[in-house]
Design a protein around this ligand. Structure first.
Ligand SMILES: [Mn+2]
Length: 259
């Protein structure tokens, strides 16, 4: 008998395959222990920016994750892919299929509770967020540097038997500007979902996992597999849970009653 965790839906994004900072091995282990009726890939699964700048590379573990996703399809999981800003090439396939994978620009998912969630990557708010602000260009560049440095720091921490620690998450939480930006993003996402008539939104993009209610709307951000190594799941009963592999204790860091 399989001891895998069975969920109704699994939401992951921002895996950044081909980027050396992708923690694909952790995702692989995570996916090996879970079964889902629906798998939602919410963008930036492959980092085409890295590949095209020749700073990326196609790693063996990265290939394994793609094969694993195909394995989900073979065992009957319905897979829906919403491309992001690092894999926009796949937007050419919106409305059609890439093998067993359905590609959509946005998607409305009905929970087991019959509440509805708008699924998006989240880059559609970039223009509004960064109006006349060059900060994000520097931000993206800085972020890559910080994450790379952090990768080496955690190799050392691992050797010392210390739990994973994220410099970039610490910086984000301690920077007023970053917190303000995250809050604006969350509000834009929730307001957009409201305009689409859903009960909430699930997105990725900002690498900041969260599961909460904002103004009576469900807000879920599934985080990323560069640092937080987190995913959102919907249980068979329609609860939402935020799972984090890097959490040193209980992997469930938040649970949201949805009905
Ligand atoms: Mn993105």
């Amino acid at each position: 008998m399989s001891s895998k965790q069975k969920v109704r839906s699994l939401f992951i994004s921002d895996v950044h395959l081909a980027n050396p900072n992708s923690q694909a091995k952790k995702l692989y282990d995570f996916l090996n222990n879970i079964e889902a009726d629906y798998l939602f890939l919410l963008g930036d699964i492959v980092d085409l920016w890295k590949l095209s700048s020749h700073k990326g590379r196609w790693y063996k573990e990265h290939e394994l994750v793609l094969k694993q996703i195909m394995e989900f399809a073979r065992s009957g999981t319905r897979i829906i892919y919403i491309p992001g800003n690092h894999d926009p090439f796949f937007r050419h396939f919106v409305g059609s299929h890439l093998g067993p994978v359905e590609v959509h620009e946005e998607y409305i998912h009905s929970l087991a509770t019959e509440q509805t969630l708008l699924l998006i990557h989240g880059d559609r708010f970039d223009d509004e967020l960064y109006m006349g602000d060059a900060w994000h260009v520097i931000g993206e560049w800085l972020y890559e540097g910080i994450v790379s440095a952090n990768r080496w720091l955690n190799v050392v921490r691992h050797k010392l038997d210390k739990p994973y620690w994220s410099l970039s998450v610490a910086l984000k939480m301690n920077s007023k500007k970053a917190r303000h930006y995250i809050e604006r993003f969350e509000n834009l996402a929730v307001n957009y979902a409201r305009s689409q008539g859903t009960d909430g939104v699930i997105c990725g993009h900002i690498h900041q996992s969260k599961l909460t209610y904002i103004d009576g709307m469900i807000y879920g951000n599934d985080g990323d597999w560069v640092e937080t190594c987190s995913a959102l799941v919907e249980t068979q009963e329609g609860y939402l849970e935020l799972l984090s592999v890097n959490a040193s204790h209980d992997p469930v860091s938040a649970r949201l009653a949805t009905a």
